[in-house]
Design a protein. Sequence first.
Length: 318
Amino acid sequence: MQDNLVVGVDIGGTKVAAGLVDSHGEIRARSRTPMAANDASRGLAAVSTAVRELLSSAPGQQKMPAIGICAPGPLNPATGVIINPPNVPGWHNFPLGDEIRRIFKVSVKIDNDANAAALAETKWGAGRGYRNVFYATIGTGIGTGIIFDGRIYHGRTGSAAEGGHMGIDAYGPLCPCGKRGCVEFLAAGPAIARRARQKISENPNSILLEMAGGNPQAVTSEMVAKAHAAGDAVAKTVLAETLDLLAYWLGNIVDLLEPDVIIIGGGVSTMLAPFLEEIRERWKGACLNPYPQDIPVVLAHYKEDAGIAGAAALCDTT
């Protein structure tokens, strides 16, 4: 194994995944261990176990590489302190960066998953060759990362780029974050499923009801995608509304940031893949920017490995 490999660690509410990543963004070895989200010390032990198991699987590695970590936010990327993450309640103002440095005696970098994934895509993935990148991961929620001149834009305190909580309807539904009309609450995976459930009551012949076993509450966004492919009218309407919402939101991003490229990742990206050009078409006449059609919208290179690659990208100096 090469000495310039770095460790990328992706921490979630239920698991810790780690990988050895080379200078080209390739993951050369992996490990995975359960996460203890409710206990600070056990959560730390899960992270250290994942790293040790990873290194034990790479006997040719001569020295301890730097460690990058995608951790649940909110967090402070400058200090490595995890502030108050909903998915890991055991870590309240927890100095994860210092603890990992103490255990492994190496350089440690920490950031949230969307920021880190944006950096990985810029270094090694779909954003390679672009200076300014806007990245959005659309799944259960919507996370975003902003890259300016190859660097993550953190804002004054490290709390910037919460693009999923940009309000696009001041009188819209209340998001769990406390704001109204957040694009996350209107267009992420759960919102797609929610709109489909509402429409089924008016369209009981939709094949979505059959897919859900006759229970409208069992409809998922994945079912909406399959029903759309089968020509279902309800699914077509739901997806058209979703595209309208995402296009309106991303049009605002174009006017605000004018990125060189927009990259879409996350679980819902597979559903959106055939419609990225339609999103761009909706910008015509809707953006103040005179050149919105010059900004490509592309799928992310990293999928389920976005966290590992992103964490490693935090440490990569090439």
